[in-house]
Design a protein. Structure first.
Length: 219
């Protein structure tokens, strides 16, 4: 069965249309001000209103306070909040309760020491996004286009939906899914022609490659 795909960091109507037409299940809008993929609330609202029913609109925030989340959820019709910072399990639970929206918590992985945090968030979040931890000195906490060692999570399962991210491209997405057992994948840099510039042809190629994943997971 085809993998469910999230295209993250969309900033233009053209890239939203390309992702929707190609069959993306989730579209990510980035509200981290320092990101080259950041959108304003007005821009995000305009983009989100054009998304058809059945495609989930995901708001990516980094250690956002309630004021920021109040403004975001008032202005933009989003379906899922993606917490991409150092939010604790307690903060995840608080955000879920306050906004009544599903929360996808991101956990960065670089070594086996990072795995217990996945289990902690699995108890409170609605979804997990298992991403590469940002390299030392990186300016951005995500969207760095680097994979992590997939063997770290091979064979592991969690009792909630989860996505794999980090350095995925049309060339490696099917293998990444086979190696990890992921049924959902997230991509940003791998569908860009330059940092922050989504390429419709790369979006289509990625989603086509994710649809080819009909090989059982390697154990
Ligand atoms: O993409 C960004 O600029 C970004 C900035 C701050 C926090 C998170 C960010 N991206 C998060 C994502 O969901 C990416 O899709 C994920 O990290 C994978 O990125 P990539 O390795 O570039 O495919």
């Amino acid at each position: 069965m085809a993998l469910k795909v999230k295209i993250c960091g969309l900033t233009t109507p053209e890239s939203v249309d390309a992702a929707v037409d190609a069959g993306a299940a989730y579209l990510g809008f980035n509200f981290f001000p320092r990101s080259p993929r950041a959108v304003t609330l007005d821009r995000a609202r305009e983009l989100a209103l054009a998304v058809p029913d059945g495609v989930a609109k995901v708001a990516l925030v980094v250690d956002a306070d309630d004021a920021m989340l109040d403004a975001l959820t008032d202005a933009v019709p989003v379906d899922i909040l993606q917490l991409h910072g150092h939010e604790t399990p307690e903060r995840v639970a608080e955000v879920r309760a306050r906004y009544g929206l599903p929360v996808m918590k991101v956990v960065g992985v670089a070594s086996a020491d990072d795995l217990p945090l996945i289990d902690a968030h699995a108890r409170v979040a609605d979804q997990l996004l298992i991403d590469a931890k940002a390299p030392k000195g990186a300016v951005l906490p995500g969207g760095n286009g680097v994979p992590f060692d997939w063997r770290l999570i091979a064979g592991r399962r969690w009792p909630l939906p989860w996505m794999l991210a980090g350095g995925l491209t049309s060339a490696n997405v099917a293998e990444a899914a086979r190696r990890t057992g992921a049924r959902q994948v997230d991509v940003s840099s791998g569908v860009e022609s330059a940092t922050g510039v989504k390429d419709p042809a790369l979006i289509r190629a990625f989603i086509e490659a994710a649809a080819q994943d009909d090989v059982p997971a390697l154990r």
